[in-house]
Design a protein around this ligand. Structure first.
Ligand code: ADE
Length: 551
């Protein structure tokens, strides 16, 4: 390169750099409105624009923009200046000068009404804002008087919340055994069901986690209209770095075609208020894309369903009292419009109560399962849902008004009354296998004279035309307790739905029979194990009946 051209380029570069530095220096010098003292019409409320048309480059690099509003007698003025915040102004230290907006603060003891603001953006002292307490002292007064109220409200709400959490913890089953639970991966973790206890972060919730629970399916334990039920092992996440512990669950598997059934059962189950000792404990719902299946994961109860239990066992009066009372409590909870904590819940009608839809827990209490036909009795009920709700369930257990499709759809109580009728048939089944009635025959379902799956028409003949009900032989009522239960049963299967007892009333009657239970010898149920009958689950050790807990 020629020396002359090099020199020109060199000096050019130096000049550009100097120019940039100059621009930089100029830039950090602030531009502020600078009119010193001027009269103003600004009333000292809300926001004002100062009446100053002089914008000055502040002399000092540290300077910020300042506005002062003063009122002495009727004389109102604005003072707009540049000022270095390191120094006092009228004996005052500037506050909030790093703000981009000029927000006025009142300063007392200045001999007049005196407001000052400072800020650090070009011409930011042109628009000034008075703080709200000056705007409206009334607002400040209201706010101050509201504070104790707010504090009290927060206190009351927090106490109520804590109380509810406490009550829920007390009401929910407590974990008795098994390895410490780990919720860190957000998966449902549960313990085995010898005590039918389950703890789960996902209880009565949907698994919004896209990760599926690690589960190994075991044997099939049930088959319904729309799905099959499997016993399964729930593996605790290996990620938590502990030995893989296995817990037992039940998995109800729906094919992709049965999406609607899965969805409706999932919707009923996912209501946290459904949770109750006598309602099957729901863990989570999953879509298993790879298998084109939908799953509902619940507690597993090795004793299986009540029908199987009654086929294989003769029960004592005490067992009957525990089974019947817990069944009535489960149905009452379903039907109730409030939880045990007393807050509102949506009442639910099961609509398919039968002994095969009731599981027997290890302590011989019952829990309701299979909510595939259940109906939430709330305002969300669509016209379609109501219109299709006339005749659902299992014909054998259908109330007369359901058999005739004459159920009063206008009144949600009608659905509960139909459930109570079905519950009465189940209570009859339990009594028919109770040794307190004398000679106990082989298990027979209600209306056992009819073929295996009677159709609606033959049920109508028995239940409506002949006004038939399962027989209550005289020998049954020699036992005071059985006599009382039979009296309730007869009220529950009354032809007139309105005349039927509520499930809550039946539960209370069972409760009132506790003294009878105390009088009884409490003899355990006898197990009947002919060669050709296999026990529901070997692991359950169902020959031994655990000490009953009942209520
Ligand atoms: N059959 C249907 N559901 C069941 C469950 N949760 N436990 C045991 N057996 C069942």
């Amino acid at each position: 390169m020629e020396p002359l051209r090099f020199c020109v380029l060199w000096w050019g570069a130096i000049l550009v750099l100097l120019g940039a530095a100059d621009a930089y220096i100029l830039k950090i010098r602030r531009l502020c409105k600078f009119c010193d003292l001027r009269a103003t019409s600004c009333a000292g409320k809300g926001s004002c624009k100062v009446e100053c048309d002089i914008t000055a480059i502040c002399p000092d690099q540290q300077d910020v923009c300042v506005s002062i509003w003063r009122k002495q007698d009727d004389n109102v003025t604005f003072d707009t200046v540049c000022h270095n915040p390191a120094q006092t102004l009228y004996g005052l230290v500037l506050e909030g000068y790093n703000n981009s907006k000029c927000e006025m603060k009142e300063r007392k003891g200045m001999g007049s009404e005196f407001f000052i603001c400072s800020c650090s953006e070009d011409e930011c002292n042109e628009h000034i804002f008075f703080n709200s307490s000056k705007d409206s002292p009334v607002v400040a007064v209201i706010l101050v008087s509201l504070v104790p109220l707010l504090v009290m409200a927060v206190f009351v709400i927090t106490s109520f919340y804590c109380y509810r959490v406490y009550r829920q913890r007390q009401a929910s089953p407590r974990r008795k055994k098994g390895p410490p639970l780990d919720f860190s991966d957000g998966h449902a973790i549960m313990i085995d069901d010898e005590g039918s206890d389950i703890s789960s972060t996902l209880a009565n919730n949907l698994n919004h986690n896209t990760e599926l629970l690690p589960i190994d399916l075991d044997v099939q334990v049930g088959k319904g209209r729309f799905a099959e039920v499997y016993k399964a092992k729930l593996k605790q996440g290996a990620a938590v770095g502990r030995d893989q512990g296995f817990e037992t669950v039940a998995v109800k598997i729906f094919s992709y075609e049965e999406y609607a059934s899965w969805k409706s059962e999932k919707e009923v189950f996912s209501d946290a208020d459904l949770r109750h000792d006598n309602v099957l404990h729901f863990l989570t719902a999953e879509e298993r894309k790879a298998q084109r299946q939908y799953w509902l994961i619940t507690a597993y109860h090795p004793r299986g369903n009540l029908q199987e239990y009654l086929i294989h066992h003769v029960v004592s009066w005490h067992d009957l009292w525990v089974l019947g009372g817990s069944l009535a409590r489960g149905v009452a909870h379903l039907h109730s419009d409030h939880t045990t904590c007393g807050h509102y819940k949506v009442p639910i009608a099961h609509r398919d109560i039968k002994s095969s839809n009731i599981l027997v827990k290890s302590d011989l209490t019952c829990c309701l399962c299979d909510f595939g036909l259940a109906l939430r009795l709330d305002n969300s009920l669509s016209v379609d849902e109501l219109a299709n709700s006339g005749q659902v369930g299992t014909a054998r257990y259908m109330a007369p008004e359901v058999l005739e499709s004459r159920i009063n759809l206008e009144n949600i109580e009608s659905f509960k009354q139909a459930d109570v009728y079905s519950m009465a048939l189940v209570l009859w089944e339990v009594i028919s296998r109770c040794n307190a009635i004398g000679e106990v025959k082989e298990y027979e379902p209600p209306f056992g004279n009819l073929r295996e799956h009677p159709c609606v028409e033959s049920m109508k003949d028995s239940v409506i035309r002949d006004r038939g009900r399962p027989e209550i032989p005289n020998s049954w009522i020699n036992h005071t307790g059985i006599q009382m239960v039979c009296a309730s049963i007869e009220e529950c299967w009354d032809h007139d739905p309105e005349a039927r007892l509520t499930a809550q009333c039946v539960a209370e009657r069972f409760y009132d029979m506790e003294y009878l239970d105390k009088l009884s010898d409490g003899s355990d149920s006898e197990e009947k194990l002919p060669e050709d009958i296999s026990v529901v689950d070997e692991k359950s050790g169902s020959t031994e009946v655990l000490p009953p807990t009942g209520w």
